[in-house]
Design a protein around this ligand. Sequence first.
Ligand code: PLP
Ligand code: COI
Length: 340
Amino acid sequence: MEKKDIDWGNLGFGYVHTDYRFVSNYKNGSWDEGVLTEDANIVLNECACVLQYAQTAFEGLKAYTTEDGRIVVFRPDLNGERMENSAARLKMPVYPKEKFVEAVKKVVKANEGYVPPYGSGATLYIRPYMFGSDPIIGVKPANEYQFRIFTTPVGPYFKGGAKPITVRISDFDRAAPHGTGHIKAGLNYAMSLYAIVDAHEKGFDENMYLDPGTRTKLEETGGANIIFITKDGKLVTPKSDSILPSITRRSLVQVAKDYLNMEVEEREVMLSELSDFAECGLCGTAAVISPVGKIVDHGKEICLPAGMEDMGPVTKKLYDTLTGIQMGRLEAPKGWVVEI
Ligand code: PLP
Ligand code: COI
């Protein structure tokens, strides 16, 4: 398919209308087959459960053009599995992960012209989501649901791409103990909007959240997990029941061990440990790995030794290896790269 006339190199992380989206409806206890449609709009009753009680969850993954011109997606089965978990926790019907992967393939294929070319620095972001659609006024789950997937070509999530960013330790929480931090519920992101606007107004790029129970441990940011590199080259990443199990983070842990021979610690990370680390990065589908140069804890500046100019050397190795796998330059572990 002919590539669309888009200035790929200058895309930010925004919505671009593409030709097709996938839609499947759940009614009377089952999902229909689903179709591709050109209609990007949704008409809902004023009392739809999603509008009143935020019964919605979403996913995020990317399609890439490889060096040899294939179009691939990265570990879509894990997104499908996480969406199953999100749906179950929000009392929504599960959209089976096998059908999820098929639908992702269909919608990417239909929008092939929007998959950025190899080497452009852009990718096609894929956004699956599900919501309760029938009128609900007493607090209870909906009876009817819609599962949709749209795509949008995107550039870097943070302005400046690989330039290190500054984050602050947030006084707000994004999750509650025993709450919904571990699933990709829209409500978690609504909770973070006040905090992100406040952070930006005060000159910070993101919020680093603490564990909501004791506020002594580092958790994650509004849209990414965190990795640290110790001064002796170990990868350390927070383990917690209230963070989203990032597919990028889980992949990086494996890349660090199997490709780079690094030691990895997945454990609780105390706020008081911050000054022990040499490098820090935010990892996620949108963020890939965004290096953090400075963390501000209520006026106290923790400047990572890697500095504010470039990604730290170990973070760079992880970044190059992960993106090498995603773009087909390096051999992928079995099942990680799925061709369209
Ligand atoms: N944490 C949060 C809160 C997120 O929104 C995301 C994005 O999906 C991530 C972490 C990273 O997860 P993944 O690597 O699966 O994209
Ligand atoms: C992603 O990385 O896919 C995310 O969902 C992060 C953010 C855009 C919410």
